[in-house]
Ligand binder design. Structure first.
Ligand code: G3P
Length: 221
């Protein structure tokens, strides 16, 4: 399972990268705005900085909603660095754009996916990744994890190579459940990733080991 971090915050990206388990980064216009990044030149520079920190898979989202605009923007984004994955919204023009990018060998992440039908379309268009938003479905009392299960079944039925990128992951149980279902990737905040580390028996067990070691060292002649 690949781990992506869902942020445009450089400190958090560096921290996740230093942990040694990071496979990529997803951003979106809201996350860029949260970091105060605006204007085409600054946005491009920020993506390049992120690419220099991580090994691969930096999702950069297009802002255009028309086909020509998405193509022009996506091609520009893809030229920033080979690690860029062009993120395209699940709208009619977006499906056409994904098909185009896929024919040109440009990797894509189809975002804002909330149904199995949308995921099927994304796969048929040749998306590299499809991003169903687990947390946002849960927010409206709809089972986000059930959608991941449905997409897994559909993709496996036909051998689609599009990777399921469980997005809008909010907490460690989302990650664990997605891993059980067989999502290829998850993206979430650093807090959800580091929460996987924690167990009270690990902490108390380590404290005991260290205390016993210190006692034995103290009695050694
Ligand atoms: O980047 C897309 C997605 O992961 C957004 O997550 O937490 O804003 O629903 P969230």
């Amino acid at each position: 399972m690949k781990f992506f971090i869902d942020t445009a915050n450089l400190d958090q990206i560096r921290e996740a990268q230093n942990l040694g388990v990071l496979d990529g980064v997803t951003t979106n216009p809201s996350l860029m705005a949260k970091e105060g990044i605006s204007g085409e030149e600054n946005v491009m520079k920020h993506y390049k900085t992120i690419c220099d920190i991580v090994d691969d898979n930096v999702s950069a989202e297009v802002i255009s909603t028309d086909y020509e605009g998405m193509i022009a923007e996506g091609e520009k984004l893809a030229k920033i660095d080979p690690k860029i994955v062009v993120k395209v919204p699940m709208i009619k023009e977006g499906v056409r754009a994904i098909k185009y990018f896929s024919s040109k060998g440009i990797r894509t992440n189809c975002t804002l996916v909330f149904s199995a039908g949308q995921a099927l379309l994304a796969a048929k268009a040749g998306a590299t990744y499809v991003s169903p938003f687990v947390g946002r479905l849960d927010d409206i009392s709809t089972d986000g994890l059930a959608l991941i299960e449905d997409i897994r079944l559909i993709y496996d039925n036909y051998g689609y190579e599009t990777q399921i990128l469980a997005a809008s992951v909010r907490h460690p149980m989302h990650i664990i459940e997605c891993a059980k279902i067989g999502a290829d990737v998850m993206t979430g905040p650093l807090s959800a990733i580091t929460a996987l580390l924690k167990h009270p028996l690990t902490d108390s067990g380590l404290a005991q080991f260290l205390a016993d070691h210190a006692k034995a060292a103290g009695t050694q002649k």
